[in-house]
Design a protein around this ligand. Structure first.
Ligand code: HEM
Ligand SMILES: *[C@@H]1O[C@H](CO)[C@@H](O)[C@H](O)[C@H]1NC(C)=O
Ligand SMILES: *[C@@H]1O[C@H](CO)[C@@H](O)[C@H](O)[C@H]1NC(C)=O
Length: 592
């Protein structure tokens, strides 16, 4: 044993000695120019870079010229270097480029200096004032990995919670290569929502823009944005919704009926399908039964790709997501072209509307913008609403009292209906006050959009801090919705709390649909979908969770939402509901 260690030690000593010897006495088939190689590794780099304020030849060179002559050797940034002040050698160097010499700038030195400078700046970002506290994490990576770590709690993401404790309600971090200020402070949140366009501007990470299109609503500002917003409101505003109400009810009834005939259904998945089909029909008259290609397929596993590291190589989630976009956009483009070739007499869907706009010479709309918008709407509508419905059903399952109260409200509507044949009316819809409380409470707890992004347009002073211009800002709704100062027992599902909230002006503490100018344009659409669905569900069905999936809500997305729900036909309501239990197979939720 001893001899082995000794042997190793000896070898190390010999190697180092040999290396040092070679450092000071470099190999040369002849007579090396005189000079000193300085310290091991460092060489004479420090002396060389020592600043000096003379116009004269640098002292480093002058001294050595005196000592060694016009040609001498040294070592700079880890490299042996011959310094030439000799006109014959200089001439030879310039003339024999490519034969005897090759240009070799002081690259190494520049690189070392730049990296050091860059690292320093990474950890100490510039700011004309007091930067909010926080850590910038690793170079480039920042704290991205910690941020995306999934966690199976309803509570504020641990990433945010820990940092709030350490740094306060406003802190800095770095996500996907960007400095970000995270705001959990209601004053700052309010300022962010109200000062849209002045101090802040809607901004999404590059990976989002690639997927949703550079010209999607979220990336547009000013006049174009207002134009698009009006267009969407035309589609999903109260007037259209009034007309849509019966269709929503029919679709919900038909789907519930179908699911009741199956052993169990994966609720998130089937509701997503239901809403996607409805939206696609409204927007582009898409009928999955008649189409040869499946449009919805391209949106599967989409969220996964959106929040993954934006690396576009085959195999990555991001790549799949981009492929999905490409295919969906091709389909949409083809459909629009087809419609253009075969215009319809009666304008009824979004395609008709877009074509009419494009035909008008003076419009600011372009085909590309319209297609990007369609893509965003298709995605935004089904993914968010289906999750909200699933969470609502889950919460109702776990809270029988709330379910009972909800059921009573909807049975009352049926009981008081004069024409028993008619469907839901707008008036009935507007009367569902407990349902609306329940919807607010559900989206408060679900935090479907866990972060709303903005960019600071100027240096912004808030409290004692300055947010530098150009930085990203992330509003974190969960931190507001689940803060005990804003909501008593925040993790408790209590729809009735909204009775009192209304008078208190809850909006400051409620941002599930965003706020200010960029308030979600789909809010009313979602509420109609949810309310009508719940109406059909509680008046006609009983369900039980067969295999409750684990709910993992990361700071990014819903990781897995298996909520396999079995529908049993109601056995208490009107006689025409059959009491049959029918069985089918469960479908597993896609993993995120
Ligand atoms: C539970 C359901 C939903 C939730 C929680 C939700 C949440 C949000 C939030 C928080 C924003 C603000 C983003 C920001 O300020 O940057 C937003 C914007 C938006 N939402 Fe929704 N949304 C839902 C449903 C929908 C639906 C059904 C549609 C489509 C019809 C939709 C379309 C949009 C669009 C187009 C924007 C962008 C508006 C803009 O940039 O001004 N959303 N949504
Ligand atoms: C979520 O975070 C909490 C608190 O930080 C931790 O105790 C728990 O183990 C985490 N769960 C998962 C699934 O990572
Ligand atoms: C739900 O929240 C919104 C936003 O704060 C509020 O305007 C609305 O009145 C709430 N609905 C109910 C039924 O409390």
């Amino acid at each position: 044993m001893w001899s082995v260690s000794l042997c190793i030690a000896a070898t190390v000593v010999v190697s180092i000695t040999h290396w040092l010897y070679r450092w000071w006495n470099p190999k040369c088939n002849g007579n090396l120019p005189p000079g000193s190689m300085g310290w091991p590794l460092l060489g004479e780099t420090i002396q060389f870079f020592a600043p000096n304020s003379t116009w004269d030849t640098p002292p480093f060179v002058k001294e050595r010229m005196k000592r060694y002559g016009s040609i001498f050797r040294t070592s700079l940034v880890g490299r042996p270097v011959i310094v030439s002040t000799d006109s014959d050698l200089n001439n030879m160097i310039f003339q024999q480029e490519g034969q005897l010499f090759q240009s070799c700038l002081c690259i190494a030195a520049t690189v070392v200096v730049s990296i050091t400078h860059w690292l320093y700046r990474w950890w100490n970002p510039k700011c004309n004032g007091n930067l909010p506290p926080g850590s910038m994490g690793w170079p480039l990576l920042g704290e991205t990995i910690q941020f995306f770590a999934p966690n199976s709690t309803w509570d504020t993401p641990p990433f945010v919670k820990e940092r709030m404790k350490r740094y306060g309600s406003i802190f800095r971090t770095s996500l996907v290569g960007r400095p970000v200020i995270v705001s959990t402070d209601s004053d700052l949140n309010n300022m962010i929502f109200q000062q849209e366009g002045q101090l802040f501007q809607s901004w999404y990470p590059d990976s989002f823009t690639e997927v949703f299109g550079r010209q999607n609503v979220g990336s547009l500002h000013g006049y174009m944005y207002k134009y698009l917003k009006n267009m969407v409101l035309y589609l999903f505003g109260p007037e259209s919704l009034k007309k849509m109400l019966n269709e929503v009810e029919t679709v919900a009834t038909r789907n519930l009926d179908k699911w009741a005939g199956q052993e169990s259904v994966e609720l998130k998945d089937v509701t997503a399908n239901m809403i996607f089909d409805l939206t696609a029909k409204k927007l582009i008259s898409y009928d999955p039964e008649k189409s040869s290609e499946n449009l919805r397929e391209n949106f599967v596993a989409f969220i996964q790709g959106l929040i993954s590291f934006p690396l576009d190589i085959p195999g990555t989630a991001y790549h799949k997501c981009l492929q999905g976009r490409k295919k969906a956009m091709t389909m949409l483009t083809n459909m629009l072209d087809e419609r253009r070739a075969n215009p319809r007499k009666v304008k009824s869907d979004f395609f008709d509307y877009v074509l009419e706009e494009l035909d008008r010479g003076d419009t600011i709309l372009t085909e590309a913008i319209a297609l990007d918008l369609m893509f965003v709407l298709l995605f935004a509508s089904f993914e968010t609403t289906s999750l909200a419905i699933t969470v609502a059903v889950r919460l109702l399952t776990e809270n029988p009292q709330a379910l009972q109260k909800l059921t009573e409200e909807h049975e009352n509507i049926l009981r008081n209906r004069e024409n028993k044949e008619s469907g839901l009316t707008w008036k009935e819809y507007k009367s569902m006050s407990y349902t609306f409380q329940l919807i607010n409470e559900t989206v408060r707890l679900a935090n479907i959009v866990p972060g709303v992004f903005r960019k600071a347009l100027k240096d912004i002073k808030i409290k004692d801090y300055t947010i530098p211009a150009g930085w990203a800002v992330m509003v974190c709704p969960p931190a507001v919705h689940l803060n005990p100062n804003n909501y008593k027992d925040p993790l408790e599902f209590n729809p009735s709390r909204w009775e009192r909230m209304e008078q208190k002006g809850a909006s400051k503490y409620f941002m599930a649909f965003g706020g200010g100018m960029r308030f979600c344009v789909g809010t009313d659409f979602t509420k109609v979908q949810m309310a009508v669905f719940l109406h059909c569900l509680v008046t006609k069905y009983r369900w039980q969770t067969v295999r409750g999936g684990e709910i993992i809500i990361g700071s990014c997305c819903v990781e897995k939402f298996g909520n396999n729900t079995k529908f049993l036909n109601s056995n208490y309501a009107e006689d025409d509901f059959s009491q049959e239990h029918v069985k089918l197979d469960a479908i597993q939720a896609p993993r995120c």
